[in-house]
Design a protein. Sequence first.
Length: 132
Amino acid sequence: MEFFIVFLLGIMLGLVGLFLVRPNLFVKQPPNFSLLEDLADELIGRIEEKEKELDAKYAEIMQTINQEEQRLMQISEKILQAVKHGDLTSPKVKAVIELKQEGCDARTIAKRLGLGLGEVELILSLNDSISS
């Protein structure tokens, strides 16, 4: 019985020692989210960097598109000028217009001359816009 009492006193002293040395040992600590917050901030920073890169690429693409649009407008103006002044030196254009005057439709003209349908339609639409 004496050993049992000594044993219980030893256990009690050990528990009291644990509470004195580490008072928060049996208390649940609130979760620490600082690591997650830092990770989220880093990811947000990366997303913002990618967004800036995409904005720069978008601006570059839009600039290229605008330049090409201007170039196409200049080519279109040159074509219109050539058609207005009768400077149609291309036998292809003359052949398309002649076949249209004979009553052929765009598909037939394209087949006869071996041209693309879009090309024939473009020539005819330019000719119609000048004639009007």
